[in-house]
Design a protein around this ligand. Structure first.
Ligand code: NAD
Length: 368
């Protein structure tokens, strides 16, 4: 039986609460003999700052590098609003992404039928939705140089951000999207703004070239990023895999997140380049933050975190079937009416974080 090293970074706020539920689910998968997991725990964000004066320590960075997968819950909170900029909680997250070379951010937006009424959109538009947004995470305008504010000396200042992409960066993110599409609905929508941006012209050219060379079996369409934003709320079920740059991906994936109802439902994966054995560095985390408003109350929804563990099974450990079982267990529990407070809707009552974890564990045990 294969054994995997998972480095757990519960972080701040509700992080430790939702992380405990993942450990329960992992025990069930291990108990069914599908794999065994070796968990190591570290500190990131505010909790790391309190312990070491940095958003992540060097020894925890070394453990993250050595792990088969990193699972991070969330960082931040008002307690650390005034810490030095380089030690702010998010710096730990950015360091992990940068040092592990995690260039591909995968954000599924799935609408469980039982929650279709929790979406801001009409049931028929979102029910059964299952799309994947692939966002380039380490390039583009968030990192391009120059990046500065210049004093023009005449009472004016000039702010400069630089949108920059090289061929290899576009090629490798597009390849991730095409590979994913082959295992899903076999369609990729590539999005940029080639009508007004040179980086968009190159993006479209490189994606088109890679498609012709290696992925012509996958359906490819191009859509301008502004039009895609509109289509995401008009008829999102037309999409399968969307691939786009760092800036557009940031915005479009947040739009997509609202199609599904609650932040507490959304997992994500960030992947690095494949090594000679096809193995990638990877970090899995819920999309939500540390939710300081509900931290310590035992009411947080653990589904995004459990779903992130499912993504680790699928994308790091080759256990797609076990990941499917987790998704089905979540779907079954929701269909049976179990709700945490954030997805309560019209339900009469809601259950705690650990009760939701237990319900998913029970459904999973039956399915394995
Ligand atoms: P947030 O995601 O923490 O919370 C937004 C709202 O959603 C809150 O009302 C919260 O209670 C609710 N919510 C979030 N996750 C939930 C869950 N699992 N179950 C139930 N309800 C949930 O975003 P915010 O309030 O803007 O930020 C709070 C802190 O988290 C800030 O310090 C911010 O910087 C940080 N943050 C961290 C990450 C990350 O670690 N990746 C992401 C976003 C925000």
């Amino acid at each position: 039986m294969a054994s995997y090293k998972i480095f757990l970074l519960p972080g701040d706020g509700i992080g430790p609460e939702v992380t405990s539920e993942v450990e329960k689910v992992a025990k069930v998968i291990a108990g069914a003999g599908l794999a065994s997991f070796e968990f190591e725990k570290g500190l990131v964000g505010g909790s790391a700052y309190d312990a070491h004066g940095a958003a992540i320590s060097e020894s925890d960075m070394a453990l993250a590098q050595a792990a088969d997968a990193v699972m991070l819950a969330a960082v931040g909170g008002p307690k650390w609003d005034k810490v030095p900029y380089d030690a702010r909680p998010e710096a730990g997250l950015l360091r992990l992404r940068k040092d592990l070379g995690l260039f591909a951010n995968l954000r599924p937006a799935v609408c469980y039928p039982a929650l279709a009424d929790a979406s801001a959109l009409k049931r028929e538009i979102v029910e059964g939705l299952d799309i994947m947004i692939v966002r380039e995470l380490t390039g583009g305008v968030y990192f391009g140089e120059p990046k500065e504010i210049i004093d023009l000396g005449n009472g004016q200042k000039r702010a400069i951000d630089t949108q920059v992409y090289d061929t290899f960066e576009i090629e490798r993110i597009a390849a991730v999207a095409f590979e994913l599409a082959r295992k899903r609905g076999n369609k990729v929508t590539s999005s940029e703004k080639h009508n007004v941006m040179k980086s968009g012209v190159l993006w479209k050219e490189v994606v088109t070239g890679l498609h012709a060379k290696s992925y012509s079996d996958v359906k490819l369409e191009h859509m301008l990023a502004d039009a895609l934003g509109m289509q995401l709320v008009r008829w999102p079920k037309q999409f399968d895999v969307i691939v786009t740059d760092n800036l557009f991906g940031d915005m479009l994936s947040d739009v997509a997140s609202m199609l599904t109802g609650s932040l507490g439902m959304l997992p994500s994966a960030s992947l690095g380049a494949a090594d000679a054995n096809g193995k990638r560095k990877a970090m899995y985390e819920p999309v939500h933050g540390s939710a300081p408003d509900i931290a310590g109350k035992g009411v947080a929804n653990p589904i995004a975190m459990i779903g992130s563990f499912g993504m680790a099974l699928r994308y790091s450990f080759g256990l797609g079937e076990a990941a499917d079982r987790i998704d089905s267990a979540i779907s079954e529990v929701l269909a049976s009416g179990f709700r945490t407070a954030d997805i309560k809707g019209e339900a009469a009552s809601s259950i705690s974080t650990s009760a939701m974890g237990d319900a998913i564990v029970a459904a999973l045990q039956k399915a394995l």
